[in-house]
Design a protein around this ligand. Structure first.
Ligand code: FAD
Length: 343
């Protein structure tokens, strides 16, 4: 069955997209969210669900996954449709012969969605964790090789190898203490990209035997059938090899991200970011952008700025669809949609 024409379709269900969906509902605009990932939350759920965030208003500290849970509840209270696990691949514009604003048709890997306006909240693009550069690595997924940690308790009692030299590898070396039986970090260089304070903490633990840090070291071969049971490491300077018994390999090598077909939509870009004006409008009428994907002088790529931009974008999209609708939403404390009365 054909999908219905919505007022606003939001590409990306990270924090920015979620807050955009909330604002659309608050303004009485029909809305849907589309995301390539199997869950809402964007980077917070895909990359750091177990990390604390300290700079979101109203929360002295909050776990990323808990913030997403509450943002989702807030976002979906007005019934926005959520379409996950599908990447946006194409776009068409249908002009209105009567001189109206017309509409867009968004194509995804699964469906076709008509919409009056679009809010692009695609963050750093559809992203995928970088995998270990080993032949047939995909076949190890689910057999002891992971590219993120969703549930630390799943590594209880395991010998864990962390691959990478950035924040994620060092954060997990700390956070898996007391859960994993042993923790080894391998990095192909001797310079780490993690925070100096975290490196110092992990090195202190390593000096007490709580972690094994191996530099200039790479994974050469994985062993086990079907479940991982050992890993052969190679020292890339001396070429010395060593095989260690191992229950889990967690690859933390960053991620590839790609704006994909959105780059071909005639948008003004600055590198991979979309240029927006003061109201978060792109150069294509009816198309707005917010969050990490945007570029303007003074841009900060943070959750706090992304949600503020979503608010601006949605209020202006509502006004674009219906020029009689005010841009300014008024105060939520006075809105009938929440059962409140004006002052
Ligand atoms: C380790 C780490 C720690 C961080 N800590 C903090 C912090 O403490 N405080 C802070 O404010 N910020 C922090 N950030 C930054 C913060 O996570 C981002 O600013 C925020 O996630 C941006 O939200 P967004 O919704 O704009 O984009 P994202 O979170 O990137 O979400 C974009 C969504 O769009 C989807 N998407 C992209 N392209 C497509 C497509 N073609 N089709 C379908 N879906 C698509 C993606 O799958 C993704 O789910 C941190 C980032 C990282 C990596």
């Amino acid at each position: 069955m054909a999908e219905e024409l919505k007022d606003i379709t939001i590409i990306g269900a990270g924090p920015t997209g979620l807050f955009g969906a909330f604002y659309a509902g608050m303004r009485g605009a029909s809305c849907r969210l589309i995301d390539a990932l199997p869950a809402v939350g964007g980077q917070l759920m895909a990359l750091y669900p177990e990390k604390y965030i300290f700079d979101v208003a109203g929360f002295p500290k909050v776990l990323a996954k808990d913030l997403v849970r509450d943002m989702e509840a807030q976002a979906l209270q007005f019934g926005a449709a959520v379409h996950l696990d599908q990447i946006v691949t194409g776009l068409q514009k249908v002009e209105d012969s009567a001189g109206g604003i017309g509409h867009f048709v968004i194509e995804t890997s699964r469906e076709v969605y008509p919409t009056r306006t679009i809010l692009i909240a695609a963050g750093v693009g559809a992203f995928e964790p970088r995998k270990l550069p080993l032949d047939g690595i995909e076949a190890w997924e689910g057999r002891g090789v992971f590219d993120k940690v969703l549930e630390p308790a799943g590594f209880k009692g395991q010998r864990v190898l962390l691959v990478g030299g950035g924040d994620s590898a060092f954060d997990w070396a700390l956070n898996l203490q007391g859960i994993a039986t042993s923790i080894t970090i391998v990095h192909r260089r001797d310079q780490f990209r993690a925070h100096a304070a975290t490196i110092a903490q992990v090195e202190a633990i390593a000096s007490r035997g709580g972690c094994d840090i191996r530099t200039f070291t790479e994974v050469k071969t994985l062993h086990g059938d079907p479940q991982l049971r050992a890993v052969t490491l190679i020292q890339n300077k001396t070429k010395a090899e060593e095989t260690l018994p191992m229950d889990a390999v967690i690859t933390l090598l960053g991620f590839h991200s790609d704006l994909g077909p959105i780059k071909e939509w005639g948008l003004d870009l600055e590198k991979s970011d979309i240029k927006v004006d003061r109201v978060m409008a792109t150069n294509v009428p009816g198309m707005y952008a917010a969050g990490d994907i945007t570029s303007y002088p003074g841009k900060l790529k943070l959750i706090a700025t992304g949600v503020a931009e979503a608010c601006t974008a949605v209020n202006n999209a509502v006004h674009y669809i219906n020029p009689k609708a005010k841009v300014n939403p008024g105060h939520s404390t006075n809105l009938a949609v929440f059962g409140q009365r004006p002052d």
